[in-house]
Design a protein around this ligand. Structure first.
Ligand SMILES: [Zn+2]
Length: 385
């Protein structure tokens, strides 16, 4: 088996699709007209993904409002918001360039997803000749829908958590049933939970351990065989080419993160200033046996926020260095994050979302080539063929 390589999930939506989403929000086009653009963007994402030579791809999340809000609303502006929610929730994150992203607020129970990731995946399955992965949102993120203080009338936090766990489990099971080969859970709030930003009150509440427990309640519902293909993604955010928690030391997150009984982890690393130190931490804290599964560390070798395309040789060298600290049978490669976790993203450092799409596919190709080179060096030629 060669060293595995897998994307996180999202790709920039083409400028044409972003314009169609805005027109839909303004009531200028119908849902069916929007779907024509989504279909075209999905097909383009899949065909170009296949052309990179990657063993597993995604639909680029072209239909999702964002990695976090796809179960709740049709668009990022809140069109089609579920009727148990209102738009004025807390900030999920404030990014280093000053922009922020806000979550909806739960107004009453019971909490149910409006859309499951599988609803989008089913559309993509017929378009792809390669295995597809699906990203889903973590319960720890959606836990922030419940007001930070106080109680939603007639619906306790505990009742909400119970419903949330059920919905997240269902989201994962439906994705596998629809044909996903792998399902990764987006956990960008993990690193942010260590930040303590006075402008973003939830970050200062020491919520990390509670997040880990919530996510494990979902993971514990799956067998070790199933959990081999259920991953966790960690990153310092990636929106409009900006991050929200890049200044948090990974050493604060990783010992807790690996307590989650997932079979693999997609870990932002290409943009870390001292990668070797983090590889060492991964080697120390990832577990050979997480309640029946080994934890495979997919290290980020591509930075989706930077327009410069990494070379295959750089990717190879990252993996060779990481292999000094992480057993090669528990090593993989990934991108640091999705290329556009939010549907509306102009990718300012790239100049436009369409340029950013071209760059993304070149970067994925480098990841695939560089990973094959590292495989050959670490495992021999036979492993790569
Ligand atoms: Zn990410």
């Amino acid at each position: 088996m060669p060293i595995p390589t897998e994307p996180v999930g999202s790709l920039p939506r083409p400028a044409k699709l972003q314009a169609a989403i805005a027109a839909y929000d303004d009531g200028k086009i119908t849902r069916d007209e929007l779907k024509i653009e989504q279909d075209a963007a999905c097909l383009d994402s899949i065909k170009r993904g296949e052309a990179t030579g990657a063993p597993i791809i995604s639909d680029g999340e072209q239909r999702a409002s964002s990695f976090a809000t796809y179960p709740l609303a049709d668009t990022l502006a809140g069109t089609g918001l579920a009727d148990t929610l209102s738009g004025d929730g807390q900030y999920f994150a404030i990014f280093t360039d000053g922009h922020h992203r806000q979550l909806p607020r739960l107004t009453h129970g019971p909490f149910r997803y409006k859309t499951y990731a599988a609803d989008y995946l089913r559309e993509a399955m017929g378009m792809s000749t390669k295995p597809l992965k699906q990203a889903v949102i973590a319960p720890s993120m959606l836990a922030l829908l419940y007001p930070l203080d106080g109680e939603v009338e007639g619906y306790t936090r505990e009742e909400f958590h119970n419903d949330l766990i059920d919905e997240c489990e269902k989201d994962i099971r439906l994705a596998f049933a629809a044909g996903a080969k792998r399902v990764s859970i987006d956990f960008t709030e993990g690193r942010l939970a260590c930040r303590n930003d006075p402008n973003n009150p939830w970050t200062g509440r020491g919520m990390l351990e509670g997040f880990i427990q919530l996510n494990n309640r979902v993971l514990d519902r799956f067998t070790p065989e199933e959990r081999k293909n259920i991953g966790i993604h960690t990153c310092p955010g990636g929106d409009c080419d900006s991050t929200h928690s890049g200044d948090v030391d990974y050493a604060e997150l990783l010992p807790s993160m690996f307590k989650m009984n997932a079979g693999y982890f997609l870990i932002q690393l290409a943009s870390e200033p001292d990668k070797e130190r983090i590889y060492k931490l991964l080697g120390e804290h990832s577990r050979e046996d997480a309640n029946g599964v080994p934890q495979v560390c997919f290290i980020g070798v591509i930075n989706p926020l930077d327009p410069r395309v990494e070379t295959p040789e750089e990717v190879r060298d990252d993996l060779l260095l990481a292999a000094k600290y992480i057993p090669v049978e528990r090593l993989g490669s990934t991108d640091d994050c999705g290329f556009s976790p939010f549907s509306i993203d102009v990718k300012p450092k790239h100049g436009s979302p369409d340029v950013a799409r071209d760059v993304a596919f070149q970067k994925i190709e480098s990841r695939v080539k560089g990973t094959a080179m590292a495989s050959e060096q670490l495992l021999g030629k036979a492993a790569v063929q």
